[in-house]
Write a protein that binds this ligand. Structure first.
Ligand code: PLP
Length: 221
């Protein structure tokens, strides 16, 4: 198998035009396929599994920006804390606390996105709007100086219904806009991570600034 270079070049240009950041989601794909896109200029790659990510980080060029997009277990934060560029799916205060602790140990501020639950599917992770509000307004946010809340992330329902996807992305964008006005040293919403292979065009139309694309670039998993 090989990465779809032609599609990559086209998509990278299209997204650059729109000032949307492209994350190439390389989970389960081997290092040589990642390098194919790296040599075409891609630097942002997304992974879902901690062990796979740490192995690839060892192997691959150091200027790759690694995005952790899966569900992160608290006890595994320490393994990616030294190098991770952005953690997308943060959905609890406990996880924030641990990221802060590992940031301090590594003497670096770790950028994260809070994940909002926008689909009607039970199985997907993420905060409810109330939990998100509570988390953002908690007095502990300001004291966690080694973690910077940089934006929001969400996953829409697994459906082909365009109108439903649109509605879900709109909810996320509205919450993003609501909090975008707030700026503190460790809270500054700039990134809205929404959209994957099947729905990225709709996500961009609804205001996404960062899309996570796997199968369109690397083929089915
Ligand atoms: C796997 C994954 C993607 C990429 O999915 P594709 O449909 O292959 O583009 C995006 N976001 C998250 C959170 C994922 O787990």
């Amino acid at each position: 198998m090989a990465a779809d270079k032609e599609r990559y070049v086209q998509m990278a240009a299209e997204l650059a035009d729109k000032q949307v950041t492209l994350i190439a989601v390389s989970k389960t794909k081997p290092a040589d396929e990642i390098l194919e896109l790296y040599h075409l200029g891609q630097r942002d790659f997304g992974e879902n599994y901690v062990q796979e990510l740490t192995e690839k980080e060892q192997l691959l060029p150091k200027d790759i920006r690694w995005h952790f997009i899966g569900h992160l277990q608290t006890n595994k934060v320490k393994l990616i804390a030294p190098f991770v560029h952005l953690i997308h799916g943060v959905d609890s205060g406990r996880l924030l606390e641990e990221i802060n602790k590992q940031g301090r140990k590594n003497n670096r501020v770790i950028d994260i996105l809070l994940q909002l639950h926008i689909s009607n599917e039970e199985t997907k992770y993420g905060l409810t709007q109330k939990e998100l509000n509570d988390l953002i307004n908690a007095p502990t946010v300001a004291s966690r100086v080694y973690v910077r809340i940089n934006g929001l992330m969400g996953m829409a329902s697994f459906t082909g219904e365009e109108e439903k996807l649109r509605q879900e992305f709109r909810v996320l964008k509205a919450v993003f806009d609501q909090y975008k006005q707030v700026h503190t040293p460790n809270f500054n919403l700039r990134t809205l991570s929404m959209g994957m292979s099947s729905d990225y065009k709709i996500a961009i139309a609804e205001g996404s600034t960062m899309v996570r694309i796997g199968s369109l670039l690397f083929g089915a998993r």
